[in-house]
Design a protein around this ligand. Structure first.
Ligand code: 3H9
Length: 720
């Protein structure tokens, strides 16, 4: 085996190789790290390795693999971006990477690459520079260019090589959305040349290298068929593709994310002026993006979510109990959503229970719809579908719950009902079985009063629709045991959720910091603001939907219920607007999107516009109202104030959890880093001054909380 002396910071070499019968088998394995990444040090080893292989007369072709069990290469080393001090430095980093991959692409001996596991960003750019790509059909094999999700663009030639390989349309689709695809789709798109089971990856890749050593070269058809030819194959079609992409990018980013438009430009420039110019432009644009505040924030979120993935949720946590069987009580919208997600993501046996078999059947169908959707989108095969569907079962009794390590109730939001369900199921649960409540408003400690062993009772607050919403709040009650916490956290993570552990207090975290919303919307409408004005300001700030639309999405009946709980708990500063408020709309049968009418009208699942009669029902008149900037300020600072207050009370363990909760819970703009990071950016002194001004004009609901005042006095921040 040959190696290159490792860099001073590592003890073992990352790149090793053997030569046998004219073929060099190269393996990349960063021994001290969980995934392979391309850092400057790895790049040096790569360069030295290829120089040696170039000089070695025995070598006629190369087969390249990762030494990791489940990872190919996760891209360039993101830790290095964080340290880049200037755009020029970042541009140089990209140019160096490009030069190395140009060396690979022009290497005089053909290179076949065998891909198993995540092959992302710079990792895929490396594979693109190689001459033949074989990938395993394993679900862990994910291939793509996610760079724009970090606020940068693929800058090691990805914006040039991918569109040339798969066509401008498919290339842009991947690059601009920062998509990663499973291997089967990557194969269909032409991103890889062969798809094989993991057991024969090495054999097939070596065979390809051997064929290429004998002079064979892959011949690739233009992907995309006739439509692909029309759109990608001539300048007119291409112009259309770029026009459409530009429009979509603008709609999707609302001008808040500079990376997708820059990536579009890098692709267009390269196709117009040739590869060399394209690479130059790509590196330049990367340089500009890498030092933007947007990119810094997105990278912070990447690392924060990674930290959370490893956080057991409680100090000195005992190991989580592995859940094989899950019981779900209540097969309505939430219960079936949890059931379907559990089967699809964690592949556990799910037993559902409801009052009668009709409801159970409906719930099972709804849970199965999640699998139907995955099958339709080819995320799972027909075989996997059949296997997963078989994991779902239900009944009107608790039969089967005796073997469930975890049971989640999602019954009617009422303390007595939830306690009754807990008493019933406790008769059959295994001795160490955990009982979780999916409540959004009821204290877990109160629910646990009905239990013999409250140590095994916990809250798991999912968001709707469960299959799509990425956040889970885990809420220990006063007596919940550490192992119950770690079990709930670990299971939530197996469902693919980002999990935050939250104190058992009214509204938990997400509903608590959203609490000022419905009231402030009421105040604004009463002062003459229009629904469109409120929503459009929020969208311009970067929220996926405006606050009024959010109320429609959550359901006005739910919002009224939550608002009641919040007013009862925090009536000193959560103050409802005068008049009948949301309750009047609920009384008139407007429950939001789910009933086809709320503030907006919905037809065929689509939002159709504001329902003007709402103003009459609320007894308000849109006549200009406060200035748009004030609308936004009132909505935002109300939330920031509440978030700071709740953090001070220990509702979340730290600012990181709070910000991640806001971003994943209701779409606080990721590029702003979350409400607490946003407050840090504005500076506590300014936030306090603005809140005081608002309090003078609109009352105590804006009085800055003690935590913010303290930061303002001390000149400190939430993140030190
Ligand atoms: C790029 O390539 C730019 C180029 O176009 C141009 C350059 C000029 N760097 O997520 P996990 C760490 S940009 C540094 O828990 P999983 C991660 O922080 C890059 N570190 O594992 C964690 O560290 P720790 C484009 C990285 O199995 C550990 O590895 N690529 C990187 O759940 C384990 O990670 C991406 O955006 C990295 N690139 O998921 C892909 N990747 O243990 C980013 C991972 O200290 N990565 N780490 O907390 C991922 O999406 C996931 O990590 C992956 C594995 C799917 C690979």
């Amino acid at each position: 085996m040959s190696t290159i002396a490792p860099s001073s910071t590592r003890t073992a070499p990352a790149v090793t190789w053997d030569v046998d019968d004219g073929i060099a088998t190269v393996v990349l394995d960063l021994k001290s790290q969980p995934v392979n990444v391309i850092s400057r040090a790895v790049k040096d080893e790569f360069l030295a390795c290829f120089a040696a292989l170039g000089d070695d007369a025995r070598v006629r072709a190369v087969a390249f693999f990762s030494g990791k069990a489940d990872n190919f290469i996760a891209g360039a080393d993101i830790e290095e971006f964080v340290k880049l001090g200037s755009a020029a430095e970042a541009e140089r980093l990209a140019a160096d990477g490009q030069e190395m991959l140009e060396g690979v692409a022009r290497f005089p001996k053909p290179i076949a690459v065998g891909i198993h596991g995540a092959c992302l960003g710079g990792g895929f750019e490396f594979a693109l520079a190689c001459h033949y790509r074989v990938a395993t059909d394993h679900p862990k094999t994910q291939i793509g260019l996610p760079e724009v999700q970090l606020g940068i663009l693929p800058a090691a030639g990805g914006c040039q090589r991918l569109p040339r390989l798969v066509g401008a349309r498919a290339g842009l689709d991947m690059i601009l959305a920062g998509k990663t695809e499973r291997a089967a789709k990557a194969f269909r798109l032409g991103m890889v040349d062969e798809l094989v089971p993991p057991a024969i990856l090495a054999e097939i890749t070596l065979a390809a290298a051997r064929r290429m050593a004998g002079g064979w070269r892959p011949r690739r058809k233009r992907p995309g068929g006739f439509v692909g030819f029309l759109l990608d194959g001539n300048p007119l079609g291409r112009r259309l593709v770029f026009r459409m992409a530009r429009k979509q990018v603008l709609e999707r980013t609302a001008g808040n994310y500079p990376a997708p438009p820059a990536a579009l430009e890098a692709v267009a420039y390269g196709l117009r002026h040739g590869m060399a110019e394209g690479l130059r432009r790509e590196a330049q644009l990367f340089g500009q993006l890498a030092v933007t505040d947007v990119s810094r924030k997105l990278v912070q979120i990447f690392f924060a979510t990674n930290q959370l993935k490893k956080d057991p949720g409680v100090a000195n946590a005992p190991p989580a109990v592995r859940v094989h069987r899950l019981g779900i009580i209540g097969s309505g919208f939430m219960g079936s959503g949890i059931a379907g997600t559990a089967v699809a993501q964690a592949e556990v046996d799910v037993r559902m229970k409801d009052a009668d078999l009709g409801r159970v059947a409906q719930g099972t169908l709804a849970a199965r719809a999640i699998l139907d959707d995955r099958l339709k989108r080819r995320r799972i095969t027909k075989y996997e579908y059949a296997r997963l569907v078989a994991l779902l079962s239900g009944s009107d009794t608790y039969a089967g719950f005796g073997r469930a390590e975890l049971t989640i109730e999602a019954v009617f939001e009422d303390l007595a009902v939830k306690q009754e369900v807990l008493r019933e199921v406790a008769q059959v649960l295994p001795q160490d079985g955990v009982f979780a409540s999916n409540t959004s408003t009821i204290p877990i400690t109160r629910i646990a009063e009905a239990a013999h062993d409250p140590e095994r009772v916990i809250g798991m607050h999912f968001f709707s629709p469960v299959a799509k919403m990425p956040l889970l709040e885990v809420i220990p009650g006063a007596r919940t045991s550490p192992q119950t916490i770690s079990t709930a956290v670990a299971f939530g993570r197996r469902l693919g959720k980002t999990v935050i552990v939250v104190q058992d207090s009214p509204g938990f975290w997400v509903n608590r910091i959203l609490a000022p919303y419905p009231n402030e919307v009421g105040h604004l409408l009463a002062e003459g603001a229009s629904i469109e004005d409120i929503d459009s300001m929020a969208v311009r700030f970067g929220f996926p939907v405006g606050q009024v639309t959010l109320l429609d999405e959550v359901g006005l009946d739910v919002a009224v219920k939550v608002a009641g709980v919040m007013q009862e708990a925090y009536g000193d500063h959560i103050i409802p607007a005068p008049g009948s408020g949301l309750a009047a709309l609920v009384k008139a049968g407007r429950l939001g999107r789910k009933s086809g009418r709320g503030f907006y009208i919905y037809k065929g699942g689509k939002k159709r516009g504001v329902d003007e009669s709402v103003y009459g029902l609320l007894g308000v008149h849109p006549n200009g109202g406060p200035r748009p900037a004030e609308i936004l300020q009132r909505l935002l600072l109300g939330m920031v104030n509440e978030a700071a207050r709740a953090l001070g009370e220990g509702v979340v363990r730290n600012p990181r959890d709070g910000d991640i909760g806001a971003i994943f819970g209701f779409g606080f703009p990721p590029f702003r880093g979350g409400p607490l990071r946003y407050a840090d950016d504005l500076g506590a002194e300014r936030v306090v001054a603005d809140l005081e001004r608002l309090a003078e004009r609109h009352g105590v609901r804006f009085t800055p909380c003690e935590v913010l005042q303290e930061h303002a006095r001390q000149g400190t921040k939430f993140y030190s």
